[in-house]
Write a protein that binds this ligand. Sequence first.
Ligand code: UDP
Length: 365
Amino acid sequence: MNFLDVLHVIGARPNVPKAAPVVRALAETGASQLVVSTGQHYDDDLFGSMLRAVGMSAPDIELNVGSGSHAQQTAAVLTSIEPVLIEQSPRIVVVYGDVNSTLAAALAAAKLHLPVAHVESGLRSHDPAMPEEINRRLVDHLSTLLFVTSPDAWVNLRAEGLADERAIEVGNPMIDSLIWARDLTDLHQRRIALDLPEDFILATIHRPSNVDDPDQVEAVLALLRELGSLLPVVLPVHPRSRVALSPAQNFPGVHLTAPLEYRDFLAALAGSRVVVTDSGGVQEEASFLGIPCVTIRTTTERPVTITHGTNRLATLASATADVNAILRSPRPVPASIPLWDGHAGNRIAQALLAYLHRTHESAHV
Ligand code: UDP
């Protein structure tokens, strides 16, 4: 008989800084836990380096699913995680964010009648063309515990009939990781070691809406060329953008790099004048650090970064004007976001323990 309390599932880079504070906080409670990595991301400079940077040990179980189409990847995680869930029989499965592994793990667990907890519940871009939006909705509806990381998520959960006792606002574990890494790292020294330009624009671009369609890629390249004429641009290239964005390496002022190690990325972000991005997590990190952020998307699932943070949405055609305006304005002063205080991991661990306690009690009445 197996007595595993919690099984965490991570699969892609942004899952890792969300999971690390929860795993760390749970470890202090004595709850038994295992971390399963699906292998959706497998490059060491994307995934392995992130694990090390946020202080996570190597995962206990690796599924090595690798890349593929959405259906292939989701199916591969579904079929490879099912026997693990049966064998380990955890009392709850914790999934993070909105990637294909999140959906597949939640679905496999729910079909086995294992309770699921979703960290980063209730975020909605309301853009059905985003694969992540499909994953977010389905995972929330499969989950028993909904950990809300952003206050605006309540509106979305209410609209879908999910804003009940399942949902708990806990703060943002990704910001826990940022604070944890910042406190243990001399970001200024890292920035010097990276040999970055004195004044620069940081850019990250990898969403399918920007790098899969040839016309969009042309527009992204035109934007990078324009930005490079304003200030040096530092662009750590995500593997899924490598081919599409490679012409930018010849643009004056544009510096392509491999993905930066997380603490190096934070150092670069903290030292930049503005970040131009289509990443979800970077909108949050920039807001927290007070770095102006131009998000080249038509929607964001993180509107709190606009209302309280430093973020604004732009089209590929309008982003240069936005960056120009930012360069001529004083630094924004972001409002603090409720519960983005470095303690989300603890709140999640306590809520998981309370759930385990409740279900233990009810099983023994
Ligand atoms: N990140 C990193 N190195 C980079 C670019 C990003 O460590 O070169 C980190 C970033 O700080 C954030 C996370 O990766 O914590 C965001 O991941 P990504 O943009 O891949 O995913 P998204 O948030 O868009 O789902």
